[in-house]
Structure formats: structure tokens, C-alpha cells
Design a protein. Structure first.
Ligand code: SF4
Lengths: 601, 94
């Protein structure tokens, strides 16, 4: 009988070119659930938070949760945990597809990569046999080509997670792409992989995952499946229109950051909407392994200017390569999205950085000669070109590759970077949605929507509708959403399930798989523990609570348009409440008593 | 007249139709307008927004002049000549 774990981690030392198997620390697995929580525990124990993120001492952890690879819901997620070269905070990027389950089926729960290879290598795992092999012939290849070449030489059914040229070129926001189109996207986890000269991890696994209570798990899984199928969001909305459905919703709500957050609505939003994508380039929807929601978009370009096929764009990308650059050219956005996948770059950060460069150009701070072309808002050809130049590390693309904060800072105007802790906002204006502003400011990996998605109650009305402009109670909502997300991520379940299932269902699944007997409250405490552990890592890394803030534009420039015209973020009023509900002192430092209750002191 | 805008699943079910103008009468509410809309269409549509009991589904968004009716009087919210009602069946993302 199992418990969702194989009890094994693979330690890969690139200095010594060695692979060793170790027992997984099961006490930590119980306290930190798995995935994000457990990997961050290993990171905090093994890596000095002050270390250089791109130095030899940083480690890169690939982690599954106890539910990764199980059936019944959307349980095919894994996480990459490391110190971020973009933010200097802890990084945890989550991805689905097929690679996560294959990793679990190989017999390993987690991989810890340490050191730096002298020459490019890739890691081959066939069930519990692991070896590092030469990747010289793969260096410089796109993610697409890399996967095809590895499958041809290793195993036709291998699942591959790899970096593209952007990771090799040390673009600060390079991601790790698995199954060609799925990304552990944010915070530069692919940059760390590139710094270690590790091109890819390829896995073939034929094992399985066993539950502590097979009948209990079957029952919980069946129930979850039914809830996902019956809920209009996960049963119908997401499969039909994917995340792209949000373009019109968020635009109509006055919260679609446009022209580098100079506006909150985009007059051409229809042209980049999910509805328009269905009418143009969408071929079908697609799921990660075993997922009943299947929110992925399989697309093919049939435009005279651009060719290609792939997956996406998602909502975030339609916004980042679209509205925030003032671009309404759907074909160009789809093409740039493909390029981001092929070169291995985070679409949110690159789009926001191009938008920031466009504002620098608008203000005359950068010139046509410097960029090599005009860079006006709305210029889709320039955007596609810059994306390609960034992936290749050419010309002005090298500056875009720094991310918007470092770019704007180099021109003396860091306030034009729409970021928190040097990571760019996703596609929601923090003035129009007050809770999201608080969430961005306090997120442990810099601005992020998938650390506590308050858009769900504030705009979508799930699980209940909150007024996006109210601030009362938002601190408690932010904490609750952040803790639940930490729990769900760590379990190995897709966050999108939480539109229809709540903590009680996640608890049921976790108890049935691991054999634990935790209450919902204990599960929430685990989420709180993970959040506080991440906060401690960041404090030790030198990320001061003074960085729990928002750009000047969001704090003091009222939105000039749309239904939210005239509002600014009321972060200064919400932040003290947030520290208080977290059990932190007024400076934003977790108190000893709080840490003791979580077993962190 | 009053303008209805269709998004998400509704637009797909209406074969791409983006909007429809409906006559307005004194005393009309959002709920009444949805009934009028259903009456002029040939296929069932409003069940994507509200239950048989006339309750808004979790996740349904109806914006009256860009304000969510959940923060007004829900389906009883009065509407006026020239208003715009945007209808979004439940959908989500991230
Ligand atoms: S909901 Fe979408 S992202 Fe999540 S597991 Fe399913 S297909 Fe993948």
C-alpha cells in the first residue's frame, strides 16, 4: 500500500556529473504537503537565501505533489523551485502537461539539481535509472527541436522539460517548457537552468501512484470529477473558451491594463478576445494529462504574414503581447506567443517589458536608432521582432531580456516598470481591483496572479461576489486565497479546480492519498506555514518589507478611463490589516509566536 | 431601445452574434429584459445565465452600463432607455 509518494528523490550533481537516490524526508512531506511547500523546505535547508541566483550554489528543484499523477481531477502538476534571478525572492513556477505525471511514474517524487556542468548536459531518466548525457548538439536549439531530438535518440514516449535559447542566453525571465507548450513560466526558473548548463530533463516512467486508501480515494476522485463537470466554469466555460474568455470580462470591468497601465480599458479588446480566437485560429481544446477541464487552446496560424502552430495564447498572453502594448493584431500575438514557447520565455514579463520600452520611446527616453526601429504603442511588427531578438540575445533584445525593472532603471525611471519586487504584473489593474493590488504587493514571488487570485471573488463572483473597490475585509481574503493556493499547488492539483472545489474536497483527496487524517483547518495551517516559510526565505535574501508596495502609477495616478475612472490603489490602508491578519508585526516581520504556532521557530 | 451584448458561450451559441437591440418599456428590469430576449430567440439561451428558479448561476456576470448587477438590485435592477447590458455566462481563467 502506498501513500502518494515513492519516498525517493533524485539528487543530480552537475559538478561531479553524478545522480544519486535519496529517501524523501517524510516528516517534511507531512508538514509541507509536497510540490511547492516541500521543495521550498528543501531549498531553505540547503541554499543560503543570500546566494547569487545564477551562481553555482543555487539549486533547482523539480517537485511533484502527492496527488500528481493520480486520476479524477486535474492532478498533473509539478513545480520548479529555486531562487529567482529576476526578483531575488524564492521562485516557484507551476506547469501541467504530461511531464509531471511521467516524472512521478518514473519512481521519483522530486529532483534536486545542484552545481554547474562544465559543458551542456541533459538528464535522462528511465524509471529509476538516471544519467547525465552530453547536450552539446542540443545547445542553441528551440524547445520544440530539443524535444523532438531527445525523443528520437532516447525514447519515443519520453516526456521532456527543457530550456530554449533564452535560458541559454540568460534572459532574466526564461522559462522551462515541457511537452512543447506548457511552461513553468515565471521568475526566471529557466535562466537558472541555463546558468547550470542543463538543457533538459527527459523522463520515461511506467510506474504509478498508489493511495493509502484506494476506496476512499476512488470515492473522493469520483466526487471531484462530478463537481468539476457540473460546475458551469470548469464544465463548460473553460473548455469552450479557455482563459481567453477574460479579455472582454476584464476590459468591461475597467481593469485591463493598457499601454503599460496608462489606461484601464482597451478600445480594441474585442479583436484580441477569446471569442475572436475561436473565430480565427482556434482548432480545438486540449487538456493536461487526465484533466477533465481541458482549458488548453490548440491553434494554427493562417495569416499571410505569419505561420506556425502550437498552443495558446492564454488570457495573460493576449493581454501582455496585446493590450498592454496597445496591440490588437491577433495573428501577431499568436505568432509572438509561439516564439516565446520556442525560445522559452515568460510571455507576461516579455510583453510587459516591451510595453515599458514603448512608454520609454513615447517619452523620448529611448530612440529609434537604439532600438533599430520605431517602437510605438500598437506596432505589432516591432513587438514580434523584439520578441525574436530577445530570445536570440540580439541588439536591443538584450535590454528587453533584463525585464522591465532593470530596463526602466537603466534609463533612470524605474517607476515606469509595472512590477513588484522586479516581477511584472499580470493582466489586472491593481487600482480597479483593490484586492489584487494588495495581492501583488504581498505576493512572495513578486507581482503574480496565481498566488492569490482575488479576481475570482472581486470580478467573477466565485465563490461569492465582492465589490472590487471595497477594501474592508480584503486583507483576510488575500491571506485565505494565498494559503489555499499554497496548499493546492503543493498537492499537485491544478489551481483551476478551485473555481469549483474548495478546501474540503482538496482535504478529502489528500487524506485519501496520503493516509493523513487532517482537518480542513489543519490543511489551511499547512498553507499558512508554506507562505510564512517563503516569507522567511525572502527576508533572509534581503527582500525588505518596504518592497511590499506598488508602482507610483498604481498608488497615485487615478485611472483615466472606463468604469473605474478616478480610482487609485488603497494599498496603504490595506497593508497594515494584512500584516495583522497574517500575525506579523507592524513592520511585516512574522512574530516569534506566529512562527511557533506553525512549527517554523 | 436597450442594447444586449453577448459574450463567451452565449456568443458561440448565437453563431457569433455580438449584440441585439430590444425595445424598452417603463418598468423593465434586468430579469424582464432577459425574458424578452429569450422570447425572440429560437433556442434556449438564458439557462446559461440563470437557473430554472430564476437565480443567477455562480459565476454569471451581467453588467448594466459596466456595473455588475450583483452590486445593484440583481435581476430586479431597473433598466432605462439607452442602457447597455453585457451578458457573460460563467467563465474564468487566470
Ligand atoms: S485546467 Fe487547464 S491548465 Fe489545469 S490541468 Fe486542466 S488543462 Fe491543464
Amino acid at each position: 500500500m502506498g501513500n502518494g509518494w515513492h519516498g525517493k528523490l533524485l539528487r543530480v550533481n552537475l559538478n561531479e556529473k553524478s545522480c544519486t537516490t535519496e529517501a524523501l524526508n517524510m516528516d517534511w512531506a507531512a508538514a509541507y504537503i509536497g510540490g511547492r511547500g516541500l521543495a521550498t523546505k528543501y531549498l531553505t535547508e540547503e541554499v543560503d537565501p543570500a546566494t547569487d541566483a545564477l551562481g553555482i550554489d543555487n539549486k533547482l528543484i523539480f517537485a511533484t505533489g502527492p496527488l500528481t499523477g493520480t486520476y479524477g481531477a486535474a492532478n498533473g502538476r509539478y513545480m520548479v523551485v529555486t531562487k529567482s534571478p529576476l526578483t531575488g525572492t524564492v521562485a516557484c513556477s507551476n506547469s501541467g502537461g504530461y511531464f509531471p505525471c511521467e516524472l512521478k511514474y518514473s519512481g521519483f517524487d522530486m529532483i534536486i539539481v545542484e552545481g554547474k556542468a562544465a559543458t551542456p548536459l541533459y538528464l535522462k531518466i528511465h524509471n529509476q535509472q538516471a544519467e547525465l548525457v552530453d547536450a552539446g548538439h542540443l545547445w542553441g536549439k528551440t524547445t520544440d527541436e530539443t524535444e523532438d531530438l531527445i525523443r528520437a535518440e532516447f525514447h519515443g514516449d519520453a516526456k521532456v522539460a527543457c530550456i530554449g535559447p533564452a535560458g541559454e542566453n540568460q534572459v532574466r525571465f526564461a522559462c522551462i517548457i515541457n511537452d512543447k507548450h506548457r511552461a513553468a513560466g515565471r521568475s526566471g526558473v529557466g535562466t537558472v537552468m541555463g546558468s547550470k548548463n542543463l538543457k533538459a530533463i527527459a523522463v520515461r516512467g511506467t510506474g504509478g501512484v498508489t493511495a493509502a486508501s484506494p476506496t476512499g480515494f476512488r470515492e473522493a476522485a469520483r466526487e471531484t470529477l462530478k463537481m468539476l463537470r457540473q460546475h458551469p466554469v470548469t464544465g463548460e466555460g473553460l473548455p469552450a473558451l479557455g482563459t481567453a474568455i477574460l479579455v472582454n470580462i476584464i476590459n468591461q470591468s475597467g481593469a485591463l491594463p493598457t499601454n503599460n497601465s496608462q489606461f484601464g480599458t482597451f478600445d480594441k479588446a474585442e479583436d484580441i478576445s477569446g471569442e475572436r480566437l475561436v473565430q480565427t485560429y482556434l482548432k480545438r481544446n486540449k487538456g493536461c494529462m487526465g484533466c477533465v477541464i481541458a482549458c488548453g487552446r490548440v491553434t494554427k496560424l493562417t495569416d499571410a504574414r505569419f505561420t506556425g502552430k502550437g498552443e495558446g495564447p492564454e488570457y495573460e498572453t493576449l493581454w501582455s503581447l496585446g493590450a498592454t502594448c496597445g496591440i490588437s493584431d491577433m495573428a501577431a500575438i499568436v505568432k509572438a506567443n509561439y516564439l516565446c514557447d520556442e525560445y522559452g520565455m515568460d510571455t507576461i514579463t516579455i510583453g510587459s517589458t516591451v510595453a515599458c520600452a514603448m512608454e520609454l520611446f513615447q517619452r523620448g527616453l529611448i530612440t529609434e536608432a537604439e532600438v533599430g526601429m520605431p517602437l510605438n504603442f500598437g506596432d505589432s511588427d516591432a513587438m514580434v521582432k523584439l520578441v525574436e531578438m530577445t530570445g536570440k540575445g540580439e541588439g536591443f533584445g538584450k535590454k528587453i531580456g533584463l525585464g522591465s525593472y532593470r530596463l526602466a532603471d537603466s534609463y533612470g525611471v524605474p517607476e515606469l516598470s509595472m512590477s513588484v519586487k522586479k516581477q511584472e504584473f499580470p493582466a489586472y489593474d491593481g487600482r480597479a481591483i483593490q484586492g489584487m493590488g494588495l495581492e501583488y504587493a504581498t505576493s512572495n514571488r513578486g507581482a503574480c496572479h496565481v498566488r492569490g487570485y482575488l479576481v475570482s471573488p472581486e470580478i467573477l463572483g466565485l465563490p461569492e461576489k465582492l465589490d472590487p473597490q471595497a477594501i474592508e475585509g480584503k486583507a483576510a481574503w488575500a491571506k485565505a486565497f494565498q494559503d489555499v493556493t499554497a496548499l493546492v499547488d503543493s498537492a499537485g492539483v491544478c489551481l483551476f479546480t478551485t473555481f469549483s472545489i474548495g478546501v474540503p474536497q482538496v482535504t478529502k483527496l489528500l487524506n485519501a492519498i496520503t493516509g493523513s487524517t487532517c482537518s480542513d483547518d489543519q490543511m489551511m495551517v499547512a498553507g499558512d506555514r508554506i507562505w510564512n516559510m517563503e516569507r522567511l526565505f525572502n527576508l533572509k535574501a534581503g527582500i525588505s518589507p518596504a518592497q511590499d508596495t506598488l508602482p507610483k502609477r498604481i498608488l497615485s495616478e487615478p485611472l483615466p478611463d472606463g468604469p473605474m475612472k478616478g480610482v487609485v490603489s488603497r494599498l496603504p490602508e490595506m497593508l497594515p490589516d494584512y500584516y495583522s491578519v497574517r500575525g506579523w508585526d507592524v513592520q511585516g516581520i512574522p512574530t516569534t509566536e506566529k512562527l511557533q504556532t506553525l512549527g517554523l521557530a | 431601445m436597450l442594447r444586449l451584448q453577448f459574450y463567451g458561450l452565449l456568443r458561440l451559441m448565437l453563431s457569433g452574434k455580438e449584440a441585439l437591440d430590444l425595445p424598452w418599456q417603463e418598468g423593465d428590469t434586468v430579469g424582464r429584459i432577459l425574458e424578452k430576449f429569450q422570447a425572440v430567440e429560437t433556442i434556449p439561451l438564458t439557462h446559461k445565465l440563470i437557473s430554472e428558479q430564476g437565480i443567477l448561476h455562480a459565476g454569471t456576470i451581467i453588467l448594466l452600463n459596466r456595473r455588475n448587477i450583483l452590486h445593484l438590485d440583481k435581476l430586479d435592477t431597473p433598466v432605462r432607455d439607452g442602457d447597455v447590458l453585457a451578458l457573460f455566462p460563467p467563465g474564468a481563467g487566470g
